[in-house]
Design a protein around this ligand. Structure first.
Ligand SMILES: Nc1ncnc2c1ncn2[C@@H]1O[C@H](COP(=O)(O)OP(=O)(O)O)[C@@H](O)[C@H]1O
Ligand SMILES: [Mg+2]
Length: 388
């Protein structure tokens, strides 16, 4: 087995957000030298990366020059100049996951084509290049209300997704090439994180249930174990494994699913990286998603995905009406509760709903973890003296 881990291994990470920061925390345990590329000099990963490089992830030269400095290149975000990654690959540089996979996933249209071609259950869809084409599609009866519009590229955390229930919502249409999808009657949203190494070994984490905050369009709570049936869980795990195998991917893949009102398990979207829906793994699983990503891209044996305890994760979000330098409240009270683990990302500026950190609550009973998480949610506040 070719093992890439060696003294002085230089790992490059494109973008320096919280996912990069948590990846570096694991990388430092293996004594890996880390390089981070980010335009923002105050990015969360900068404070712990071995080397920070200022540069734009969407600029060819910045990505290309950064890639040449490291032994292995990975990323924490989809929105990257793929042309630069492909050039690096053609010159023999190692990039994992593969740039071709990133290119496919970066574009929700190509993603949906991939599901269709491989008969992976997903909501019915069509692709439209312009707003005019969408309006024409409605006129001609190709598109029926209600539907969901998703920009093919650049969306995240609900930005780039609009639910159009009726004609009156049409003013909300986003401009840009889009996937138009039927609106699913969602009973539950779940996620599976799966890892695979070069040898072809694949391992899934148990299904996690994602409860969304309808105002923020962000995950409000992650619950593990989820309350779905064993059959649904089996289906989701086998679909996630099938997808990572079809992609012949080395790395970590997060697959989001809907359970619809009939109990069917259908794929929503995927991300070729560590994911917000895997934050609980840091404390609740034998191997965290960040360690697993390193194992996968370094072609090491994958770690155990066995849970230690039931867990509930909540995001620490910027308080509504507060924007400016962040001030935190409620840590001591929260930490007085057994099983509460706080992670702060180190973002200096808070904004309404900005992800500033997360909390994982562990307990021998899920019910108790849920109760404590609700409690912590009321206690922790991210405010700013500069209100708006
Ligand atoms: N076809 C759909 N029907 C109903 N709700 C949807 C549909 N697609 C997305 N949503 C809702 O919008 C959220 C964001 O959409 P998603 O495709 O996951 O985009 P993002 O990249 O922003 O996470 C989903 O988590 C879900 O709550
Ligand atoms: Mg999503």
């Amino acid at each position: 087995m070719e093992i890439l881990l060696k003294p002085d291994l230089k790992l490059g990470i494109i973008a320096g957000g919280q996912l990069a920061k948590m990846l570096i925390q694991e990388a430092s345990k293996l004594d890996i030298t880390t390089f981070v590329l980010d335009d923002d000099e105050n990015c969360p990963a900068r404070s712990i990366a071995s080397h920070y490089v200022k540069g734009d992830k969407l600029d060819f030269d910045s990505v290309y020059q950064f890639g040449k400095r490291v032994d292995l290149l990975t990323f924490e975000i989809e929105s990257i100049h793929v042309g630069a990654l492909k050039k690096l690959k053609s010159e023999g540089h190692r990039i994992l996951p593969d740039p071709e996979i990133l290119e496919l996933i970066q574009d929700k249209g190509l993603q949906k084509d991939f599901y269709e071609k491989n008969r992976i259950p997903t909501a019915d869809f069509n692709i439209y290049e312009t707003t005019q084409a969408i309006l024409k599609g409605i006129e001609q009866g190709e598109i029926n209300f209600p539907f969901v519009q998703k920009l093919r590229k650049g969306g995240y955390d609900g930005r780039g997704v609009e639910v159009i229930n009726e004609e009156g919502d049409l003013q909300k249409l986003l401009s840009g090439a889009s996937v138009i999808e039927e609106k699913v009657q969602i009973a539950k949203e779940i996620s599976v994180i799966v890892a695979r190494n070069k040898k072809g070994e694949a391992k899934c984490y148990p299904v996690v249930e994602m409860v969304f905050d309808p105002d923020a369009n962000l995950v409000d709570k992650l619950i593990c174990p989820s309350s779905i049936t064993p059959g649904q869980s089996e289906k989701a795990l086998s679909l996630a494994t099938r997808i990572i195998e079809l992609l012949d991917m080395e790395g970590l893949l997060a697959v989001e699913f809907f359970i619809d009102s009939k109990g069917e398990v259908i794929v929503n979207e995927m991300a070729p990286r560590t994911h917000n829906s895997g934050h609980h793994t840091i404390e609740s699983m034998i191997t965290s998603q960040f360690e697993q990503q390193l194992r996968a891209i370094l072609n090491l044996p994958l770690g155990s995905t066995m849970p230690k305890l039931p867990s509930v994760m909540i995001n620490i979000l910027g308080e509504k009406g507060h924007e400016g330098p962040a001030m935190y409240e409620g840590f001591a009270e929260s930490m007085a509760i057994d099983g509460v683990k706080i992670h702060l990302y180190g973002k200096k500026i808070t904004r309404p709903y900005r992800k500033m950190g997360h909390v994982t609550v562990l307990s021998s009973s899920l019910e108790d973890a849920l109760k404590k998480a609700e409690n912590v949610k009321q206690l922790i506040r991210v405010k700013s003296w500069k209100k708006n």
